[in-house]
Write a protein that binds this ligand. Structure first.
Ligand code: B12
Length: 298
C-alpha cells in the first residue's frame, strides 16, 4: 500500500487566504503601472543549438528591472517595487486589465503593436494614479484571429484543451519529467517558439531594446557546458535568462537535441551513461534515447 495522508480545504478558503497574504504584504500598493518591452522576432542560423527567442539576448529579468528602476526614479515615486516575471501578479492579466492587449489562443498576451513578443514588467507603488482603463468592456477582443494555427502547430498538443502546462515544451525544457516522447519534439534547449512563430498577429516591425538582440554565446553545444557545476554554469551565463536552470537539465536538453538531430550514437550514450551514472533521472532519459536509436526510431 502507498503510504499517504490527506486533508481537504475549500477552494474559496484557499482563495481568501491567498488574497489575505498578498494584502498583508502589499497593503501599501495603490497602483500598478504595467510595462511592455518588445523583443525581436528574427531567426538565426548557427552551428550550436539555440534557446527560444526570448532568451537570445541579455537576461530580460535584469534588463527590465534596470530600466524600470530608472523610470521609477524619473517618476519620483516614494514607495515602489519593480517586478518582472517573479511577480506576485498574474502579469498577463494585469496587462489585459490595463488595456495593453488580450490573451490569445496561444495563452499569451497579444498586443496590437508588437504581437506577443513582449516581456511584461510592473512598478507597484503607493501613489494613487489614474487608471488607463476604467471599464472592462474596453479590453481588446480581436487581436487573436482564432485561426487555431498555434493549436494545430504545437508539437506536443499543449493547446488542444486550453493550456496544459505539463505538456508545454517550454515547461519541459525547465523541468525533470518522464514524458520522454514529448522531448522528442524539442527544438530549443530552453523555451519553445512554435505557438508564437506561427501566429499571424506576430511578424510585425517595431523598435526594441538592443539588449534583446541575439548574442553569440546564446548558441550552445554540449562541450560548452558538459563539465560545468551549477555554480560555474550560472557564472558563465550570468547575463542569460536561463542561468538559473540546474546545469544537468541543460545537458539533458542538449543531449535530446543531439538525438533529435541524429547526432547521437549508441556509443555516445553509453559514455554519457558512465559519466552521469549517479543521476537516476538523467540515466533513465538516456536509456529511453538509447532504446529509440536502437529501434531506428529517430
Ligand atoms: C509559470 C510561467 C510559465 C510556465 C507555465 C505558465 C502557465 N500556467 O501558463 C511555462 C514554463 C510553461 C511558461 C512558458 C512560457 N512563458 Co511564462 N510565465 C510564467 C509566469 C512566471 C507565471 C504564469 C502563471 O503561472 N500564471 C498563473 C496562471 C494560473 O495563469 P494562466 O493560466 O497563465 O492564465 C490565467 C490568467 O491569464 C486568467 N485570465 C485569462 N484571461 C484573463 C483576462 C482577465 C481580464 C483576467 C483578470 C484574467 C484572465 O485566467 C488564466 C487562468 O487562471 C509568468 C510571469 C507572471 N508572474 O505572470 C511568465 C510569463 C507568462 N511567461 C512569459 C513567456 C515569454 C513565456 C514563453 C513564451 C517562453 C518561451 N518562449 O518558451 C512560454 C509560453 C508558453 C505559452 N504558450 O503560454 C511571459 C509572457 C509574455 C506574454 N506575451 O504573454 C510572462 C508574462 C513573463 C514576463 N514577465 O514577460 N511560463
Amino acid at each position: 500500500m502507498i503510504p499517504y495522508k490527506y486533508k481537504t480545504i475549500r477552494y474559496q478558503d484557499y482563495l481568501l487566504a491567498k488574497e489575505e497574504e498578498i494584502n498583508s504584504r502589499y497593503q501599501w500598493v495603490k497602483s500598478i503601472i504595467v510595462f511592455l518591452f518588445p523583443y525581436p522576432e528574427k531567426n538565426h542560423q548557427v552551428s550550436g543549438y539555440l534557446p527560444a527567442k526570448f532568451a537570445y539576448g541579455e537576461d530580460y529579468h535584469q534588463v527590465v528591472k534596470e530600466k524600470l528602476e530608472e523610470v521609477a526614479k524619473d517618476l519620483k515615486l516614494n514607495r515602489y517595487e519593480v517586478l518582472v516575471d517573479q511577480s506576485f501578479l498574474d502579469e498577463k492579466a494585469v496587462a489585459v486589465l490595463a488595456g495593453l492587449g488580450e490573451i490569445g489562443r496561444n495563452n499569451l498576451l497579444l498586443t496590437a503593436e508588437y504581437g506577443s513578443r513582449v516581456f511584461i514588467g510592473e512598478i507597484v507603488t503607493d501613489k494613487k494614479l489614474e487608471a488607463s482603463m476604467v471599464k472592462k468592456e474596453q479590453t481588446f477582443s480581436n487581436i487573436c484571429l482564432h485561426c487555431n494555427l498555434c493549436v494545430e502547430h504545437c508539437p506536443t498538443k499543449t493547446l488542444d484543451y486550453g493550456f496544459e502546462k505539463d505538456k508545454c515544451l517550454s515547461f519541459l525544457s525547465q523541468k525533470v519529467s518522464k514524458e520522454y516522447p514529448l522531448y522528442d519534439k524539442m527544438k530549443c534547449y530552453y523555451g519553445c517558439d512554435v505557438c508564437q512563430d506561427v501566429c499571424p498577429a506576430n511578424q510585425k516591425n517595431y523598435e526594441y531594446l538592443e539588449e534583446f538582440d541575439y548574442l553569440e554565446d546564446s548558441s550552445l553545444s554540449l562541450v560548452d557546458i558538459v563539465d560545468l557545476t551549477n555554480e560555474e554554469f550560472a557564472r558563465k551565463y550570468d547575463n542569460k535568462a536561463f542561468n538559473w536552470i540546474p546545469v544537468k537539465r541543460m545537458i539533458r536538453n542538449l543531449l535530446v537535441l543531439e538525438a533529435n538531430n541524429h547526432k547521437l550514437s549508441i556509443k555516445d550514450i553509453e559514455l554519457y551513461q558512465k559519466k552521469f551514472y549517479n543521476i537516476d533521472w538523467l540515466i533513465d532519459h538516456l536509456t529511453y534515447l538509447k532504446g529509440r536509436i536502437q529501434h531506428g526510431n529517430h
